[in-house]
Write a new protein. Structure first.
Length: 250
């Protein structure tokens, strides 16, 4: 069976977004906050494509009415689903005391030890216990680090630590530098693409977009992949074939 998804509203900015069913946390693409997903206020759909479609629709003017109607109709089925999902036990980590190091340092150690490859934010939340950190505090730090580019979100529910900044007394594991470069590349491309589109008040043709980004040194493959991903995340829409409009916030 395909993975089901939920469409829900960001409790901070009110924009609609989506996540895999069972996921408890994600980054809001609109306001940049790491948010909790309230499954009770979510619409369950069969796949990511449908979720992405509904996100675009609900975020349009008047789309909220549509959401509320569907939510009402789905309520009963949803309650059963939630029970199903919540029966799955959360993985728990033993509360290993990490010396008496400072909070910030413990957080960086946690990131270095566990997050140099993408990690599900739900899992990271659990990990905080092991490092004796409060999730609410960590979440705020991560939002700041994501603005600096120290952590990135390959998907809105996956987090990855990409800085090589050393923490005093901690020797980071060596990582191949090629991988790091390509991550920076992806991040820069997302930013460059957003900037091009945000600079225009009307949809930009795909060809024009490709020309501008190629001139900045990105390859066609990278551009195609990034456009596809940003559309999936509901940050881009294609109001008419071959034309793209930015609807995300960053
Ligand atoms: Zn938001």
């Amino acid at each position: 069976m395909r993975k089901r998804f939920v469409v829900f509203r960001c409790p901070v900015c009110g924009k609609f977004t989506y996540a895999p069913l069972g996921q408890k946390t994600r980054l809001c693409s609109f306001c940049g906050k790491i948010i909790r997903i309230d499954a009770r206020q979510a619409i369950v759909v069969d796949d990511a494509k449908q979720a992405s479609f509904l996100v675009k629709r609900y975020n349009l003017k008047g789309g909220e009415k549509n959401y509320l109607e569907t939510l009402k109709a789905q309520k009963k089925e949803l309650l059963n689903l939630i029970e199903e999902v919540e029966e799955v036990p959360e993985s728990s980590y033993e509360g290993k005391e990490v010396a008496s190091s400072s909070k910030t340092r413990r957080m960086f150690i946690m990131l270095k030890e566990n997050c140099t490859n993408p990690i599900n934010i739900d899992e990271l939340r659990e990990l905080c216990k092991k490092y004796n950190l409060e999730w609410d505090w960590v979440r705020e730090q991560l939002e700041v680090l994501s603005k600096e580019g120290t952590v990135i979100f390959p998907k809105p529910w996956l987090l990855q630590y990409i800085s090589d900044e050393t923490v005093e007394g901690y020797v980071p594991k060596k990582r191949p530098s090629r991988k790091k470069n390509s991550l920076y590349q992806v991040k820069n491309l997302r930013k460059a693409l957003a900037n091009v589109l945000k600079g225009k008040n009307e949809p930009v043709s795909y060809n024009e977009l490709v020309e501008i980004l190629k001139a900045k040194g990105f390859t066609l493959d990278e551009i195609e992949e990034t456009v596809r991903k940003l559309s999936m995340e509901g940050l881009l829409i294609e109001p008419r074939p071959g034309y793209f409009l930015w609807i995300g916030d960053y």
